[in-house]
Design a protein around this ligand. Structure first.
Ligand SMILES: Cc1cc2nc3c(=O)[nH]c(=O)nc-3n(C[C@H](O)[C@H](O)[C@H](O)COP(=O)(O)OP(=O)(O)OC[C@H]3O[C@@H](n4cnc5c(N)ncnc54)[C@H](O)[C@@H]3O)c2cc1C
Length: 1024
């Protein structure tokens, strides 16, 4: 049987998870042949570690790595891997439980009046084993859990002071007040949020929000004086304040309304801004608990998308199994990548070390990856497979440097001092290049290298005008270098002057804002006893680029060496300036670390030089950031745009979207799902049902010309101001309009909801599209027909959504004219648009468009005419009752006559209520292009539906205080096509709106779906 040849480029967590899940499917070996290509001598990428045999087999990491207790997918992969590995009982790290030790103490650092203070928090444990996760609670279910967690957190703190005696010591007064308050709030809210799916309708939601806000204000008033005095209380208050802001935000932004949450929709806003918007105080937003989220994602001083950060925070705090953190009991390479390598190799996966991927080349039609060029860095003696692991105290480990004795010319490599993991290595390739070809050497490719190196490897893909999403992904998702240092200290933790238990500390002073005590690793290393180090400190943080990061290999030469010096200098400065607060017993009188307390052989002058520093050696190792507004540019595993290219990495679109092992694992599972077409389980896969771009592209490719191009959805509109006027319309005209424009599909029927249309005017200040950088300010004015979207099922009409059909739309910006028109089918015309509106004040809107002359000769010019004008009718103008307005917008009798039976109408009411509550509805377009030869036929015609969704709660939303009066040019044909009901002269129709609304909001219009295509042949037939 012909097996499909899958090649995996890179051997990080994502790539190896892909291989692991693919080869976990029954009978995989009958279907696939899997080969992993890896630059240099080891797997692991950003998580790689090595043993330095020359330096007592010490563990040298790329950076500090911890597992969070909520890593259900990563723990699940590793649990299955350890089970299959089957190490004998008593062997080092025989089981997952041996390999990961729970850790519960996080020490946050807070500056009060310029002085750092420890804010230790001991996170409560639970008895759930990691990696055997049950279902993740829905946001609504999380609310009581979040409040209960605060109580558990308060209760866990006395244990920090040690022993049972401390446990019985009463909490401080302030903490007691807070605790009592949270307990009361929990009791009163529990009932309100108990069955949120049905119960959190608008009224109840407002009630919960009101209570939460009132409660925060009252407690803050009561604790204010204590807060000023007791730093301990300030942190506790910040925890309460932030928790309540998250709860309020989740309710107000409608996250609690559904079990399936789209976290991406909050990502246009920074997490801190989101917390502020939902009532968190500035002090709390700046507190270390929030800064810790940023520092943990290497984003101190940067922004993170609110949805991504919120989802991460909720998972991290409220869904961990066992403990909040797990510390690996050896290097990450030893604990994760050696077992994965051993299991995969045993299963039959092939590994090609020392293979550096240099270029991916496209086929002539740019649909497939045609070839892959690789540099072969060095050969293995006798053409054998490289055996990458060696034994340290009974544990298979990766060495920090290659096992030279296996390599042809290994001694020359050693003598050169060059690293084959350095992207700019000066060591010349020892073997001729290798070119793998589509169909000959591979059938499908998994791109598992880090994001930072893609611009160099994927030049052709980035330049492919037919696949702008790939270029947008590379352009928008950013990375940062990191700084990491490991110190081996002669003193044990207590003797350094640190008086708390072994911590993970975050965020502390920059440039190395994170410290973890890793002394538990000493028994795994081979330092002499006595005389060896007694404790180990890992320090890490993000750093800024001090030079534009080189991309091409030739430009990278020397970069890693310069960065190594920089990391050394930053660490030295940090140890001079900032460690007295941590380790007061091992500093000199001036507060600088006494370097003689660092372990080093006597022969070394400066013991600091003996410690380990980790710069970014390779662009692939740069940490992937999640700034606001960028997750929408991520591509999922099956969205590369090329038929034979699958994506895997922490930079892809996953349910996590934040640089971490769990995200990498999830991306690997997704890649394996795409490769096999099997529903391989993924925990917390809230993206599962999301529509995705097809893997293979049907039809001819769109030819990009670079300028004047249409842009693609999703379109995000931020800071938009909108005025809408509900107008009475003739029902027969409306029905006729829907039938003529939208009657292309026998089984999909669009019925006007009532005898009314909406005139709307939008001032979109920041509008962006997926495939174009930046934003434009665009005004959109038009008419909407609210419709029930129904399917014909067994002779009945079944409503499936509430929609808005757009028969007319004007913009005032040339670029806006093409954007959306060509893709979704917005019927855009160009006009001068006047917009002057406030929620309470004056209203003046107009649409001035060019109209052809009525009659007249060939030389009669077109006229620029005011086709629509809207003003407020002024003080004292009589109002239409809201009931009348409602009747016109939703008419049961009219819907009945249109064929919707009672059951369908009840369902429709539910859909309409849902739409009002969530601000989500379907936009309906008639997309068409006129035939070149016969003007009466369309060469393309389709009905396109696209989801439109409000993002978050509107910033302002009000019914306008005074009626709106419209005047519409009759010559424009609008009044007759839409059936507008009004009065006035022959020239202009005057009409009074039934109701007018003002809103300030953000919204997004998603990818469209063609629900009723009609080929040119079919439309010709219809006309005939
Ligand atoms: C300093 C630091 C600390 C971190 N700490 C944590 C933590 O505590 N907890 C946590 O969960 N996450 C942490 N992360 C994030 C985590 O390490 C990453 O999210 C994860 O390892 C990414 O895995 P990946 O497979 O997507 O990419 P990578 O690990 O980058 O894998 C890419 C692979 O491709 C290979 N490769 C690259 N270029 C080529 C080429 N041209 N040819 C051949 N092979 C190539 C690389 O060598 C590597 O094997 C940290 C990251 C950093 C940088």
């Amino acid at each position: 049987m012909n097996r499909e040849r899958i090649i995996i480029l890179g051997g990080g967590m994502a790539a190896l998870t892909t291989a692991f899940e693919l080869t976990s499917t029954p009978g995989w070996e009958d279907h696939y042949e899997v080969t992993v290509y890896q630059q240099g001598h080891r797997l692991g990428g950003k998580g790689a570690s090595g043993r330095n045999h020359e330096r007592f087999d010490r563990i040298e990491e790329h950076g500090l790595h911890l597992f969070y207790g909520f890593y259900d997918n990563a723990f699940s992969v590793m649990r299955r891997c350890y089970e299959e590995l089957g190490r004998p009982a008593g062997a080092p790290l025989a089981t997952l439980e041996d390999a990961f030790e729970p850790h519960s103490l996080i020490v946050f650092e807070e500056q009060f009046e310029g002085v750092w203070q420890h804010q230790p928090l001991l996170f409560p444990r639970n008895s759930e084993p990691p990696g055997l996760g049950r279902k993740v609670p829905t946001p609504a279910e999380l609310i009581p859990i979040m409040l209960q967690f605060l109580l558990d957190l308060f209760d866990a703190q006395p244990a920090l002071r040690g022993g049972s005696e401390a446990r019985s010591r009463p909490l401080g007064v302030g903490l007691r007040v807070l605790r009592r308050g949270v307990a009361g709030l929990l009791a009163s809210l529990r009932e309100l949020v108990a069955a949120p799916a049905e119960d959190l309708v608008a009224v109840r939601r407002e009630e919960v929000l009101r209570r939460l806000l009132a409660w925060s204000a009252a407690v803050f008033r009561r604790c204010e004086r204590l807060l000023a005095r007791q730093p301990e209380i300030r942190s506790a208050w910040a925890a309460v304040d932030i928790t309540l802001a998250m709860v309020r935000g989740m309710i107000a932004d409608g996250l609690t309304d559904h079990d399936d949450v789209d976290w991406l929709r909050l990502d246009h806003e920074d997490f801190r801004a989101w917390l502020r918007r939902h009532g968190a105080s500035e002090a709390s937003v700046r507190a270390s608990t929030v800064s810790g989220v940023y520092a943990g994602a290497y984003s101190a001083g940067r922004e993170i998308g609110a949805g991504t950060a919120l989802h991460w925070t909720l998972r991290m705090l409220y869904t961990y199994r066992g403990a909040i953190f797990y510390k690996m009991q050896a290097g990450m390479g030893d604990v994760i990548f050696a077992p994965l390598y051993q299991v995969l190799r045993r299963r039959g996966v092939r590994f090609r070390f020392f293979h550096r991927v240099d270029k991916l080349r496209l086929s002539a039609d740019r649909r497939r990856i045609a070839s892959i060029e690789m540099g072969r860095q060095i050969a293995v003696k006798g053409g054998a497979d490289y055996e990458p692991l060696f034994d340290v105290k009974g544990l298979p480990c990766w060495p920090s440097e290659p096992l030279y004795e296996q390599l042809v010319g290994g001694e020359a490599l050693r003598a050169s001092g060059e690293s084959l993991e350095d992207w700019g290595s000066r060591f010349p390739d020892q073997e001729p290049p290798l070119v793998l070809e589509d169909g000959r050497d591979f059938d499908r490719v998994v791109l598992g290298v880090g994001l930072g190196v893609l611009p160099a490897l994927c030049e052709e893909l980035v330049a492919d005008a037919n696949n702008p999403r790939f270029a947008a992904m590379i352009r928008e998702i950013t990375t940062t270098p990191t700084v990491s240092a490991q110190l081996w200290i002669r003193d044990d933790l207590r003797a350094t002057g640190w008086h708390l238990p072994s911590p993970v500390m975050i965020p502390y002073a920059e440039p190395l804002d994170t410290w973890a005590d890793m002394s538990h690793l000493l028994p795994r290393e081979s330092f002499p006893e006595p005389g060896g180090p007694q404790s180990i400190a890992y320090l890490t943080a993000a750093m800024d680029d001090d030079e534009p990061p080189p991309i091409e290999r030739s430009a990278y030469v020397g970069h890693a060496a310069r960065q190594l010096e920089r990391v050394r200098a930053l660490t030295a400065a940090h140890l001079d300036a900032s460690v007295a607060h941590l380790w007061p017993a091992i500093v000199k009188p001036d507060g600088a670390l006494d370097r003689s307390r660092l372990h080093a052989p006597a022969s070394i002058d400066d013991p600091l030089a003996f410690q380990h520093f980790s710069p970014v050696q390779h662009p692939s190792d740069r940490y992937v950031l999640s700034p606001r507004g960028t997750t929408r540019h991520r591509l999922a595993a099956d969205e590369s745009g090329y038929e034979n290219l699958v994506l895997a990495g922490d930079w892809t679109l996953t349910p996590m979207n934040l640089g971490c092992v769990e995200a990498a694992t999830m991306s690997g599972i997704r890649a394996a799902q795409v490769l096999t077409g099997l529903p391989i389980p993924m925990h917390d896969d809230w993206l599962r049902g999301r529509p995705r771009a097809p893997a293979s592209i049907p039809g001819p490719l769109y030819i990009e010309r670079g300028v004047n191009e249409s842009t693609s959805p999703p379109y995000d509109a931020r800071s938009s101001v909108m005025v809408a006027a509900l107008l009475r319309a003739d029902p027969r005209r409306l029905r006729d309009l829907c039938a003529r424009h939208l009657g292309l599909h026998e089984d999909r029927v669009y019925i006007p909801l009532g005898p009314s249309v909406v005139f709307y005017a939008q001032d979109n200040r920041l509008l962006s599209a997926i495939d174009a950088p930046g934003v434009v300010a665009e005004r959109d004015f038009g008419f909407l027909v609210p419709v029930a979207i129904c399917e014909r099922r067994g002779g009945r009409l079944e409503p499936i959504a509430v929609g808005a059909y757009t028969p007319y739309l004007w913009v005032d910006l040339g670029a806006a004219l093409v954007g959306g028109r060509e893709v979704l089918g917005f019927p855009k015309g160009h006009a001068d648009l006047g917009f002057d509106a406030t929620a309470t004040g004056r209203l003046a809107l107009h649409v001035d468009a060019w109209l052809p002359p009525e009659g007249g000769g060939a030389s009669t010019p077109w006229r620029h005419e005011r086709i629509v004008e809207a003003r407020d009718a002024g003080e004292g103008a009589s109002e239409t009752s809201l009931l009348d307005a409602l009747r016109a917008s939703h008419d049961a009798a009219w819907l009945g006559a249109a064929g919707l039976d009672a059951r369908a109408q009840v369902k429709l009411l539910g859909l309409a209520a849902e739409c009002l509550r969530t601000g989500a509805f379907t936009m309906v377009f008639l997309k068409q292009f006129r035939d070149a030869a016969r003007r009466e036929i369309a060469c393309y015609q389709a009905i396109v539906e696209a989801p439109c969704r409000r993002i978050g709660a509107p910033r302002a939303s009000a019914r306008l205080p005074r009626p709106i009066e419209l005047s519409v040019s009759r010559r424009s044909g609008l009044a007759s096509t839409l059936g507008l009901v009004g009065e006035g002269s022959d020239e202009r129709m005057r009409l009074r709106a039934l109701a007018g609304f003002y809103m300030e909001l953000d919204f997004t219009i998603g990818v469209g779906e063609v629900v009723a295509p009609r080929s040119s042949r079919a439309s010709r037939a219809l006309i005939a």
